[in-house]
Write a new protein. Structure first.
Length: 569
């Protein structure tokens, strides 16, 4: 029976028992989250290589779609720092048109993941990969912001990580100290704002995000310095971009097969990154509010958001952990809070967007430096590097360095391949193949018949081997290594499979080869303790015909009795 589509937006369940009290809580949370999201949306947009309004449009369109169609009650969606590196790289290589197509494709991939019910599988991506590329993204974001943070005068900033730092060192004399002061003060103010608000009893302002406070104060400071002190070297958003508050129309880009083929890699990276971050955010939120999100619905909602966002000129979006936690901490408990957050951003966009031109670029760089610090997870990184197995540390470091030296697409692809290979090796190591000598201890046997003695003696010219664990990958080759140690040919080889929970095609192939080679040497193979599932697989692959049904036994005593019949014949 086919499973039905697992698409149950939390919005539908939330409105069934909605009341005024819940709405007031959602209203307050939505307004606060909208204010929090404003400076981040602008900063993420600029850092990604697009105009500031595109960051806000993304937060509006994608945030609305994620709240309407997502599988979490409190998820807040929009542009995030994780996408900065990949978006910037796509624009640099394919242009804005390429980014639009890649984001649309990523939206389709996300919907497919949800429709195919792969939401839970995404959460099993190895933790070292997640930590590695998240820390790598944080370092890359910080690196891209050094120029604006210090107000460096540089015509061209190299795209390569190492070359970028070489260029920074070479242009140290080109630092504008007024811009550097704005940037450093912004970082300090954001970091210290909660403490300052508490120390100076600024209770009404305590809920305001430090990033917004820094932007307002540093913008005012830059304007005062310009008009009263003649300081004109502090670059602002208006110096670099032309700000527009006009709502964009829906535009579907022209799709060609060549363009689609060229953008599959970046689109998959956007989809995987968006899926991981959104489900991680939803899982964290579940732990706080005591709820359970629907991962498949969440992926479908994320897919819809990433189809809608580029059509209206936006960039990729996903669930944002910081904004989601802000929503929860301020009382938001239904998707209505996310919708209100999008409406607040829309009102700001329509009526206050022109004021964004006065925001110093150094201040936005400071906002992103703090975001990068929060993303870095350096404590988790160091703890994992110190305490985990070498294989995990290898995946962690490879993913980290590939992210900062090359790009996120290569890092994720290589990291996943490396993690899969290590997983295969570990799984192969869990399967043990060993020989049983002289007699069999039945005290721990699960496949013996009641009433037998405590020990069973192995007859002459009979060898007994036991497989302990899944029979796949390299387990079959271990038989050859063990058999080579004996240097003799028995008449019967009993293979105990009582502890084999399943057998895959590779194990089946190895077992078949072992049986055929033994038969060519005049050795009879007897299987013992085969569980029903494994026996069904053997039957489908013709083993009863290959070995003879009488040589596939349920119990070790039956297998030994059969071996005696063969040796005494």
């Amino acid at each position: 029976m086919e499973k039905s589509l697992d698409f149950k937006p939390k919005m539908l369940a939330a409105i069934k028992h909605y009341d005024r009290k819940t709405f007031m809580a959602d209203l307050m949370a939505g307004v606060i989250v909208g204010i929090v999201a404003l400076p981040l949306a602008i900063a993420f947009g600029i850092a990604s290589g697009v105009s500031p309004e595109k960051g806000i449009i993304t937060a509006i369109v994608a945030g609305l779609a994620i709240s309407l169609f997502g599988g979490s009650k409190v998820q807040i969606g929009g542009p995030t720092g994780a996408f900065i590196v990949i978006v910037y790289g796509i624009i640099e290589q394919y242009g804005m048109q390429g980014l639009t197509v890649a984001t649309l494709m990523a939206g389709v991939f996300l919907i497919m993941l949800g429709v195919l019910r792969l939401g839970t599988i995404i959460k099993y991506i190895p933790y070292p990969i997640v930590v590695g590329f998240t820390s790598g993204i944080a370092v890359t974001i910080f690196t891209t912001q050094v120029k604006d943070l210090l107000g460096m005068s540089m015509d061209v900033v190299p795209s390569d990580f190492v070359e970028k730092w070489i260029a920074y060192v070479g242009h140290f004399s080109a630092i504008d100290w007024w811009s550097a002061a704005v940037g450093i003060c912004s970082v300090a103010l954001i970091a210290l704002w909660p403490t300052l608000a508490r120390k100076f009893h600024l209770s009404p302002l305590k809920s305001l995000p430090g990033s917004l406070v820094a932007i307002v104060l540093m913008t005012v400071a830059a304007l005062l310095l310009k008009h009263y002190a003649g300081v004109t070297s502090i670059e602002t958003i208006g110096d670099r971009f032309s700000i527009s508050s006009a709502l964009p129309g829906a535009v579907v880009p022209e799709l060609t097969w060549e363009t689609i083929k060229g953008l599959v890699g970046p689109a998959v990276t956007i989809a995987v990154l968006g899926a991981i971050e959104s489900l991680l955010s939803a899982t964290v939120a579940d732990g706080v509010i005591g709820d359970h999100h629907n991962s498949n619905t969440e992926l479908i909602g994320q897919g819809i958001a990433n189809i809608a966002s580029p059509i209206f000129g936006g960039i990729p979006a996903t669930g944002a952990i910081a904004r989601t936690m802000t929503n929860i901490n301020n009382g938001g408990r239904t998707p209505v809070a996310g919708i209100i957050h999008a409406v607040v951003l829309l009102v700001i966009f329509l009526f206050l967007m022109p004021l964004a031109q006065y925001i110093p670029m150094a201040c936005l760089a400071g906002v992103l430096v703090v975001v990068a610090y929060g993303m870095s997870g350096w404590r988790s990184f160091i703890a994992m590097a110190r305490r985990n197995p070498k294989s995990d540390v290898t995946v962690l470091l490879l993913t980290f360095f590939l992210t900062i030296i090359f790009d996120l697409t290569i890092a994720i692809e290589f990291g996943l391949v490396c993690a899969c290979l290590l997983f295969m090796r570990r799984m192969a190591e869990t399967t043990d193949v060993h020989a049983v000598l002289n007699e069999i201890d039945l005290n721990e046997d699960a496949d013996m018949q009641a009433g037998n003695l405590e020990h069973l003696t192995i007859p002459k010219d009979v060898e007994v081997y036991e497989i302990n664990g899944p029979y796949f990958f390299g387990a079959g080759n271990r038989f050859e290594d063990i058999m080579a140690r004996y240097g003799r040919r028995p008449k019967v080889r009993i293979i105990r499979m009582r502890k084999v929970p399943f057998i895959d095609s590779t194990g089946m192939h190895n077992l078949e080869n072992l049986c055929r080679m033994s038969q060519q040497e005049g050795i009879t193979i007897v299987l013992s303790g085969v569980n029903p599932k494994v026996e069904a697989v053997l039957a489908r692959n013709g083993f009863p015909k290959l070995l003879g049904q009488q040589n596939i036994c349920n119990h070790i005593d039956l297998a030994l009795a059969r071996a005696r019949e063969i040796t005494e014949a």
